[in-house]
Design a protein around this ligand. Structure first.
Ligand code: PBG
Length: 326
């Protein structure tokens, strides 16, 4: 054979690291943490092995465990003590995320990002104010414009408690602008917004909804979260968020949407984040449990692929395990 181009020359152990295009680092990862106001002790999340809902009193120790692995950032989700129609515990000064944020930022060096949404706080489980007859007509659910003010109040209450960054995930049109205005008016001009800009109406959120008790009581989220069939529409969503002041652009879920990550990377200069969601975590665990997959290897390969597609940062339930192996 007269082959001049032999890519295999660069695959020896000695040279592979030199030519490797993508590398994972613990600093790229954000670990989700669930803080639960309804419990006094840590409760394991069955569908997400290794993860727990922790009471506010354990929030600091939970975050210290994350920091020990080299991961420096956490994303907080709250499970409130009570829910109502508007989700008012989401913006309460003594709410679960606010209390946890205060404790974590006072006692650790973690970079604290908070999820800004209402679905864990509303009695109906939707991400905003619902229409009167929504239960009877699934095409009507969240009232977009009335929800904006509640999201802004929630984000401001998180920043007041010390959150380093807020991450709105409600898929309400105009949410980034409303939150930016709210933060700026409250003096939080330096708190960045990581927008869940392209968040799909995905079946991969199942385990999270168990974990955070945030499944909708009726209907689904199809008319506010994106259609999995649409890729170009993600750019339109992202453009709107950029115009409204988003600092980091997130795609969620990650693995089934790497084309979207790659196209946002090409079109925009902002940092791109990808959320490797609960279902992506649970499926590897379930297969590994049966001896069908090597968990460590598939988790590492998953995160590497997300970075290769163009994500600068990755939110993942594998954060601690992968960081330990790096
Ligand atoms: C909404 C929110 C959800 C997730 C993160 N933020 C649930 C949803 O939209 O139904 C899902 C994360 C995951 O599945 O890991 N507050």
């Amino acid at each position: 054979m007269n082959l001049t181009d032999r890519p295999r020359r660069l695959r020896t152990d000695g040279v592979r690291p030199l030519v490797s295009e993508t590398r994972l680092a613990p600093e790229d990862l954000i670990a989700p943490v669930f803080v639960d106001a309804t419990t006094e002790e840590r409760v394991p999340i069955e569908s997400m092995p290794g993860h727990e809902r922790v009471p506010v009193s354990e929030a600091v120790s939970r975050v210290e465990e994350v920091l020990e692995t080299g991961v420096e950032a956490v994303m907080l989700f709250g499970i409130p003590e009570s829910k109502d129609e508007y989700g008012s515990r989401a913006w309460a000064e003594d709410g679960v995320v606010q209390e946890a944020t205060r404790a974590i930022t006072e006692e650790t060096d973690a970079y604290v990002v908070t999820d800004v949404c209402l679905c864990e706080y509303t009695s109906h489980g939707h991400c905003g104010v619902v229409e009167d007859h929504a239960a009877d007509d699934p095409t009507l659910t969240v009232r977009n414009d009335e929800t904006l003010d509640l999201l802004a109040k929630t984000a401001v209450s998180h920043a007041d408690a010390g959150a380093d960054m807020v991450a709105p995930s409600a898929m309400t049109d105009g949410m980034v602008g409303a939150i930016r205005d709210g933060l700026d008016d409250a003096g939080h001009t330096s708190v960045p917004i990581m927008s869940y800009a392209a968040k799909y109406e995905s079946a991969f959120y199942g385990p999270f909804r168990d974990a955070a008790d945030g499944a909708p009581a009726f209907g689904d989220r199809r008319h506010y979260q994106m259609d999995p069939a649409n890729g170009r529409e993600a750019l339109r969503e992202v453009r709107a968020d950029v115009e409204q002041g988003a600092d980091v652009l997130m795609v969620k879920p990650a693995l089934p949407y790497l084309d979207v990550v790659a196209s946002i990377r090409r079109e925009f200069d902002h940092p791109v984040a990808a959320y490797n969601v609960s279902g992506e975590y649970a499926m590897l665990h379930a297969a590994a449990d049966r001896g069908w997959l090597d968990l460590e290897a598939t988790a590492h390969e998953s995160l590497l692929s997300i970075k290769r597609a163009g994500a600068d940062l990755i939110l993942t339930y594998f954060a601690e395990d992968v960081a330990k192996g790096l």
